[in-house]
Design a protein around this ligand. Structure first.
Ligand code: F7E
Length: 346
């Protein structure tokens, strides 16, 4: 299950609502999971007739941008056409079903930041092209058939549940491995790409809000801040007590240990001057999206939504979780930020 999808399940269960997920087969408490596949329209049709849901949060996709260059046809089939299969299933079911589509900031591609609902898409990957197609089909079904269908154009949404091959989680897990002594280095791609990273549970609330409005519409959802991968690494490592100094350029860039906290100075495998970040060309993409930053004016004005967790807090939440996972006592600021929120470190 995609990490944000598990977040949707959590939020809706807390709100006491029913949610349907496809692709997993099990029964657990109030969450009923049905087996299905976005490439099989007869199965989707049957599921909608059987379940008759009030709302559908469509987060399923081949969602890895780098991977979409290796499997462009599959990405188009699942991410683009899968959405149309669901829309058609809703239209033909005859039931009044509200639909949420997980549109993506990747659709903006090369468009200048900040990006809003009015920014013209310039997609740079098979994944982004598939999402643009799905985005416009949602608008078509809304305008043409009167479907209550919303596009949430989500900028990067992170949490400790983020998949391990996405950059934020790769970095926080890499740090944990280096501190635990099970990993020597972290190999990265483009350090200069800038992203608007936010805390996924807050975005899930915004998805729910969209479907509770009188009229369906499209909204940009992000933090409004933009930071580079390089900054994410610096912040992650310094929170845990390692200051990074960058040496070299391009593929020869190395992140070396500049200083260590008094506690880490006692470590036998962490030494000032040793390189713990290196570059591997394998992680670069044929096309890159250089800078994403959300303009969330519409979400603020119309839905009174605003994220509380910003870049600094997000890093602390993710680092605390991954340090705990390898048995290291974390600094704890991230655990505190989460208290009373949707996400728990336990
Ligand atoms: O990359 C750079 C990489 O894979 C972020 C998906 O959820 O958010 C996500 O897409 C940036 C890119 O996410 C590595 O080149 C450097 O510029 O974490 P990512 P993404 O591609 O932005 C959007 C909103 C979605 O909709 C997507 O489904 O980080 N980068 N070095 C790296 N990225 C990865 N994965 N691994 C690296 O080693």
């Amino acid at each position: 299950m995609k990490c944000t999808a598990s977040g949707v399940a959590q939020v809706l269960l807390i709100r006491g609502e029913l949610i349907i997920f496809i692709q997993i087969h099990m029964i657990h408490r109030r969450l009923i999971l049905h087996y299905g596949d976005l490439s099989d329209s007869s199965n989707l049709n049957r599921l909608l007739v059987k379940i008759q849901p009030d709302e559908i949060y469509h987060l399923a996709a081949q969602s890895h941008v780098r991977v979409s260059f290796d499997i462009p046809e599959y990405t188009g089939n699942v991410t683009a056409l899968g959405t149309v299969r669901l829309l058609e299933a809703i239209r033909c079911s005859g039931h009044k079903i509200k639909f949420y589509q997980a549109s993506s900031s990747e659709m903006f591609g090369l468009a200048l930041a900040p990006q809003s609902e009015h920014t013209i898409f310039q997609p740079q990957s098979p994944y982004a092209c598939a999402k643009v197609y799905a985005h416009w089909m949602v608008r078509n079904y809304r305008d043409g058939y009167g479907l209550f269908a919303c596009n949430g154009i989500l900028f990067n949404h992170e949490s400790p549940r983020r998949g391990e091959t996405f950059v934020t989680r790769k970095i926080t897990r890499g740090l944990a491995g280096i501190l635990a002594g099970t990993q020597k280095k972290l190999y990265m791609g483009n350090l200069d790409a800038k992203r608007d990273w936010g805390f996924a549970p807050e975005y899930v609330e915004m998805m729910w809000l969209m479907l509770q409005q009188e009229k369906s519409d499209d909204y940009v959802v992000g933090s409004g801040e933009s930071h580079s991968v390089r900054e994410f690494i610096e912040k992650t490592f310094s929170y845990a007590g390692i200051n990074i100094l960058w040496r070299g350029k391009g593929l020869n860039t190395k992140g070396v240990i500049d200083s260590l906290s008094p506690k880490l100075k006692k470590s036998t495998f962490l030494k000032k001057g040793s390189a713990i970040i290196e570059i591997d060309r394998e992680y670069f993409r044929p096309n890159e999206v250089d800078c994403l930053q959300a303009d969330i004016a519409k979400a603020k004005k119309q839905l009174h939504w605003q994220p509380k967790v910003k870049f600094d807090g997000l890093v602390k939440i993710m680092v605390d979780y991954d340090l705990k996972a390898v048995g290291i006592i974390p600094p704890g600021e991230g655990v505190n930020i989460c208290k009373g929120k949707w996400f728990s470190h336990d």
